[in-house]
Write a protein that binds this ligand. Structure first.
Ligand SMILES: *Cc1c(COP(=O)(O)O)cnc(C)c1O
Length: 428
C-alpha cells in the first residue's frame, strides 16, 4: 500500500503541531515510519488519505465498540446539534444518561460527567482524598490513568515509549504522594500499605490492564486488593475508562464480580465524543461540590452532543447485550487464529486476551506485569506492525497497547487478518 499523501500531510502537520499530532502515540514513535492520516471511516474500516482501506483494531482506542460512524449515534448527534451545542445549564439528557449508567453498572448510586478519562481519574483521586482525609495513592507500574500529574509515574500507554519513567514537569511534591506497586503482585501492595499506615487514600488500578498490552489479573489478585482496602480503610478505584461498557454492560466489576468504591469511565461512554465520568456510592459522591466540599467543575461537562452520543451508545448496548458475547467470541477466534499462524511460523510469542481486548507480545515468558511486557522483542513487533499495515490491517502502533475489537468486524475480516498475519509471520 502507498502512504504518500499521509506522509506529506504529516510533514506539514509537524510544522504547526508539536510532533504533528495532538496525542503522542499517534505519531508512530514506537514503531517508526509516518502515521496514517484518516479521511473517513465506516463500520470496521478506516479509509485513509491515500484511499487505502484498513481493517481497524483500535476503534479510536476503544470508544467505537459498535464500529465507526454507527448510524444511531450519528443521527442522535446531528439532531441534537440543531437545537444548540452547549448551554452551561442543566439539560434533561444528562439525567437520562446518568440514570441509565447507574442502572447498568453495579455498586454505583451517582455519576458525574466530565470531558475525558484523564479528568475522570484526576477527579476520582481528589474525591478519594477529600473523602478519606488522606493524601497518598497507590498505582501500578504500566497502568495508565490519563496524563494528570499524579499518574505520570511509570505510566503505561504512550508514556512508556519515551524512555523515561516519569515526565518532566511533574513536581517531586506530587510524585511523592504516588506509591508504585507491581501488577499481579499483592505482596508489593501489602508492603506499601504496611509502610504507609493511615496515609493511603486510594488504590487505583485498571482491573484488566490495557496500557501495557492486555494484561489479565491473576485469580485472587483483585480480590486480594479488595480485602486489603477493606482492612485498611482504603478506597479501591477501578479505572474502567477502557473496560467500562466493553467487557460487560457493568464493565470489569460485573465481569470479574468485584466491587470497587469509585469507578471511572471514558471511551465507550462517550460513543466517540469527548466524555469521561466517575461514579460511586452516594455517601462518597456526597463529598463532591456543590453538595460537598471537594471541588470539581467543567464548562463543557455534560455537553448535549456528547451526552446524545453517549446515551445512544449505552442504550444500544443495554438493549443488545449479546454484543458483549459476540465480541468475546470474535476475539477468541482471532486469538486462536493468530496463535496458529504465529506458532506455525516457529515464532516465540505470548497472546493475552480477555473479552474484546487482546495483545501479542514477542517474548517467551508469561506477560503478567510491566516488567514482563517490557521484555518483548520490540524490533520484531515493529516488523509485525508494519507488515500488517502493508496488508491492510491497522493494529495499535505500540506493543504497550491492547487491540480493541469492534462488533462491525466480521468473521471474514478476522480471516483476512489471520491470513495477513500468516504471511507477515514468515518474514519475522
Ligand atoms: C485512555 C485511558 C485513560 C485516559 O483517558 P483520556 O480520555 O485519553 O484522557 C485513562 N485510563 C485508562 C485505563 C485509559 O485507557
Amino acid at each position: 500500500m502507498i502512504y504518500k499523501r499521509s506522509s506529506a500531510l504529516f510533514k506539514e502537520a509537524k510544522e504547526y503541531i508539536p510532533g504533528g499530532v495532538n496525542s503522542p502515540v499517534r505519531a508512530f514513535n514506537a514503531v517508526g515510519g509516518d502515521p496514517i492520516f484518516v479521511k473517513y471511516a465506516k463500520g470496521a474500516y478506516l479509509y485513509d488519505e491515500d484511499d487505502n482501506r484498513l481493517v481497524d483494531y483500535i476503534a479510536s482506542w476503544g470508544p467505537l465498540i459498535l464500529g465507526h460512524a454507527f448510524q444511531p449515534v450519528i443521527d442522535a448527534v446531528i439532531e441534537k446539534a440543531k437545537k444548540g451545542t452547549s448551554f452551561g445549564m442543566p439539560t434533561q439528557i444528562e439525567t437520562e444518561i446518568a440514570k441509565l449508567a447507574v442502572n447498568m453498572v453495579p455498586n454505583i448510586d451517582q455519576i458525574r460527567f466530565v470531558n475525558s478519562g484523564t479528568e475522570a481519574c484526576m477527579s476520582a483521586v481528589r474525591l478519594a482524598r477529600g473523602f478519606s482525609g488522606k493524601d497518598k495513592i497507590v498505582k501500578f507500574a504500566g497502568c495508565y490513568h490519563g496524563h494528570s500529574d499524579s499518574f505520570l509515574i511509570q505510566a503505561g500507554s504512550g508514556a512508556v515509549t519515551f524512555g523515561s519513567p516519569n515526565s518532566p514537569g511533574v513536581t517531586q511534591g506530587t510524585a511523592k504522594d504516588t506509591l508504585l506497586a507491581v501488577y499481579n503482585d499483592l505482596s508489593s501492595v501489602q508492603e506499601l500499605v504496611d509502610k504507609n499506615q493511615n496515609e493511603i487514600a486510594a488504590i487505583i488500578i485498571e482491573p484488566v490492564a490495557g496500557n501495557m498490552g492486555c494484561i489479565i489479573p491473576n485469580k485472587g489478585f483483585l480480590e486480594g486488593l479488595r480485602k486489603l482496602c477493606d482492612e485498611n480503610g482504603i478506597l479501591l478505584i477501578f479505572d474502567e475508562v477502557m473496560t467500562g461498557f466493553r467487557l460487560a454492560k457493568g464493565g470489569a466489576q460485573e465481569k470479574l464480580n468485584i466491587n470497587a468504591d469509585i469507578v471511572t469511565f471514558g471511551k465507550v461512554i462517550g460513543g466517540g465524543l469527548p466524555v469521561g465520568a466517575f461514579a460511586a456510592r452516594k455517601e462518597i459522591m456526597d463529598f463532591l461540590a456543590p453538595t460537598g466540599p471537594v471541588y470539581q467543575a467543567g464548562t463543557l461537562s455534560g455537553n448535549p452532543l456528547a451526552m446524545a452520543a453517549g446515551l445512544t451508545m449505552l442504550q444500544h448496548l443495554n438493549n443488545n447485550q449479546e454484543v458483549f458475547k459476540s465480541l468475546e467470541e470474535k476475539t477468541a477466534y482471532l486469538h486462536k487464529g493468530l496463535d496458529k499462524v504465529l506458532s506455525n511460523a516457529g515464532l516465540t510469542y505470548v497472546i493475552n486476551s480477555l473479552g474484546s481486548m487482546i495483545s501479542v507480545h514477542f517474548t517467551n515468558e508469561p506477560v503478567i506485569d510491566f516488567a514482563s511486557a517490557a521484555k518483548g522483542n520490540n524490533e520484531m513487533f515493529k516488523k509485525y506492525f508494519h507488515g500488517m499495515l502493508a496488508e491492510g490491517v491497522y493494529l495499535p502502533p505500540s506493543a504497550f497497547e491492547s487491540y480493541f475489537l469492534n462488533d462491525a468486524i466480521t468473521y471474514d475480516d478476522l480471516d483476512f487478518t489471520i491470513n495477513a498475519a500468516a504471511k507477515v509471520a514468515k518474514t519475522l
